[in-house]
Design a protein around this ligand. Structure first.
Ligand code: IPE
Ligand code: IPE
Ligand code: MG
Length: 232
């Protein structure tokens, strides 16, 4: 089967999954790590080049503090716990988002694992953490403006150039965006990068999402005709 070069997933529905079983929301987030593992395995097995996962949005900082803290602890635990998987599977690990809101400890560990996997040539696994699409566009505009100030003039800028200022610089735009849990919205995710991305929505809650669900999404993607505004 042909696979998209870059698949991105809005991993949604952990809270509802937990609630269905009368458990705390964090129980759902914890269970979601098994789905992450399954998707990574599938991606490695099928030669997907980029898998990006929306793990925590800028807006998610406004959730109850114990949930936020639990999610950050889970992130730290997962990053450290998967080092061996990254090594064995030649996975390059990246975290993208607003670093200014992350703890020193989490940042130090993220950086360590990013450095450790930087030369890996297999799957690039990207965790979108403390990320939002509008934040990304604004930080890009700021950095462009400061480059102009440093140069003492307005520097030329086109779409490709602007992409280079985004936090996702160097990563091709997603071909396929999957969102679980039945919600059909983008929730301030990769607004610029999803200009021509194919969207796939599934009612499956994230902790239930497995390789067969990912495969179904890819099959749906393969039936699409991407026209980019042109006439066939
Ligand atoms: C997605 O699951 C995980 C994060 C946003 C961190 P939710 O926590 O949004 O689960 P629901 O949407 O409340 O079910
Ligand atoms: C989007 O899910 C963010 C992540 C999956 C990390 P949310 O659950 O936060 O989105 P809304 O609030 O339903 O739009
Ligand atoms: Mg949600």
């Amino acid at each position: 089967m042909e696979v998209p070069r870059h698949i991105t997933i809005i991993m949604d529905g952990n809270g509802r999954w937990a609630k269905k079983q009368g458990k705390m929301r964090l129980f759902g987030h914890n269970a979601g790590t098994e789905s992450v593992r399954a998707c990574c395995e599938y991606a490695v097995e099928h030669g997907i080049r980029y898998l990006s996962l929306f793990a925590f949005s800028e807006e998610n900082w406004d959730r109850p503090q114990d949930e936020v803290q639990g999610l950050m602890e889970l992130m730290l635990k997962s990053v450290l716990g998967e080092r061996e998987t990254f090594r064995k599977n030649n996975i390059r690990f990246r975290v993208i988002g607003d670093r200014s809101r992350l703890s020193e400890k989490l940042l130090a560990n993220i950086d360590m694992v990013q450095d450790e996997t930087a030369s890996h040539t297999g799957l690039t696994l990207i965790i979108m953490l403390s990320y939002s699409g509008k934040w990304d566009i604004v930080q890009a505009a700021r950095r462009y403006a400061s480059d102009c100030l440093a140069a003492g003039k307005q520097l030329p800028l086109d779409e490709t150039g602007f992409s280079g200022y985004l936090a996702t610089a160097g990563i091709p735009d997603p071909d396929l965006m999957i969102r679980t849990s039945g919600e059909q919205r983008i929730s301030n995710y990769m607004l610029w990068q999803c200009a021509y991305t194919e969207f796939y929505y599934t009612p499956v809650l994230w902790p239930d999402f497995r390789k067969t669900d990912l495969e179904q999404a890819i099959q749906s993607y393969n039936l699409r005709e991407r026209r980019y505004g042109k006439v066939e």
